[in-house]
Design a protein around this ligand. Structure first.
Ligand code: ATP
Length: 354
């Protein structure tokens, strides 16, 4: 990935009648990056993608590529290709014919077509399936044909709308890595729409998290996870504990817990956010942590690698979830009704606008 700009979207808004589906969005995509548009159902991800493809006309805004505004360029003339969730393969054509089709329509020379098709079938591990029809393939194989058909055109930008949506969980995991490998090998900018935060975290170089047509935050997976811009981002990416608090400079007051230190110099109502894996669980108070509270375990949830403890720190406070590795020797000592200490440092928590 470079920092060279690919498509630059400036103040883009898309309306359906009076409803604004994409609201004043600006994103600078970079050449060769894997970018994910993430957000809950109905937040406008697909509309934004379809607008980039040229299937929707924006109400206002610009979309620059090499200083040309693509908004005036018809969809078929944009150096952009789109892979649909339904794959839209031609059922009467073989895999190879499906992949060749776009090149033939574009008038590419026969010899070049053969070599490009061979290369892409090999890169997508489809060489052995070249003569099959789509209905003789598995879901994962069909997905790869759709991908091969899009990539063989060598677009500057490939748009993918929920590309793994039709696959089962295990296959999705494999295909996430496969997509990333292909994107990396070909150096094409990928813009992927997904509502699955785990998928975005695994695949994308950068993520834009959307809500109700607007961008809440753009950043790497680690930036969104570690430094969420607000409560919505912290809640959407991973799991976290939220404690309402009031802030007075570097001092926080959490109802039912009392005073907690803070690295942030803020005032007023805030949300104190603490990731489960940042909490240290022990049977005695840990001297290594600035904050320590004793509570009672109300639930033990086994997740294979980890065990999630749901701990009651105060009667009227929501349960706090802390993670203990399954391999820890603590697991033998802890069950429902055990008293445990939860410890963390001020730097482990985030202070978010309420
Ligand atoms: P999902 O993950 O469910 O596909 P999304 O984030 O991709 O959601 P969009 O499909 O972009 O969301 O839709 C954004 C909003 O625009 C939704 O409220 C939707 O109902 C509305 N919308 C989408 N297409 C149209 C249309 N053709 N006419 C009117 N409203 C539309």
């Amino acid at each position: 990935m470079t920092t060279k700009p690919s498509i630059q979207i400036r103040n883009l808004s898309v309306r359906y009648g009076v409803f604004t589906a994409v609201d004043n969005v600006s994103i600078d995509f970079r050449e060769g990056e894997f970018f994910a548009l993430l957000g809950p159902s109905g937040c406008g991800k697909s509309t934004l993608l379809r607008t980039i493809a040229g299937f929707e006309a924006p109400f206002s805004g610009k979309m620059l590529l090499d200083d040309v505004d693509l908004i005036d360029v018809p969809a078929r003339k944009r150096p952009i290709n789109m892979m649909f969730q339904s794959y839209a393969l031609f059922p009467h054509m073989s895999v190879e014919e499906n992949v060749r089709y776009g090149l033939e329509v574009s008038g590419v020379a026969k010899r070049e077509i053969t070599s490009r098709v061979d290369d892409i079938l090999s890169a997508t591990h489809l060489t052995n399936f070249a003569k099959r029809r789509p209905n003789q393939l598995s879901g994962g194989q069909r997905q790869r044909v759709a991908l091969a058909r899009a990539l063989v055109m060598r677009p500057r930008v490939l748009l993918l709308d929920e590309p793994l949506g039709a696959l089962d969980k295990k296959l999705r995991g494999t295909m996430q890595l496969e997509l990333k490998r292909l994107q990396h090998e070909m150096g094409i900018t990928f813009i992927v729409v997904t509502h699955d935060q785990e998928e975005a975290l695994v695949m994308a170089d950068r993520i834009a998290l959307m809500r109700a047509g607007k961008i809440e935050q753009i950043g790497t997976a680690a930036e969104l996870y570690e430094w969420p811009a607000n409560k919505f981002v912290a809640d959407f990416i991973g799991t976290t504990n939220f404690l309402p608090a009031s802030a007075n400079g570097g001092q926080l007051e959490v109802p039912f817990l009392g005073k907690i230190g803070s690295r942030n110099d803020v005032n007023g109502s805030i949300t104190y956010s603490l990731r489960p894996e940042r909490i240290h669980v022990s049977m005695e108070r840990s001297p290594l942590h600035e904050n320590g509270f004793v509570g009672v375990v109300e639930e033990v949830a086994y997740h294979g690698q980890d065990i999630n403890l749901h701990v009651r720190l105060a009667r009227d406070l929501d349960l706090v979830v802390a993670k203990v590795p399954a391999s820890s020797n603590l697991t033998d000592k802890i069950s429902i009704n055990t008293s445990v200490w939860l410890g963390w440092n001020d730097a482990d928590a985030r202070v978010l606008s309420a």
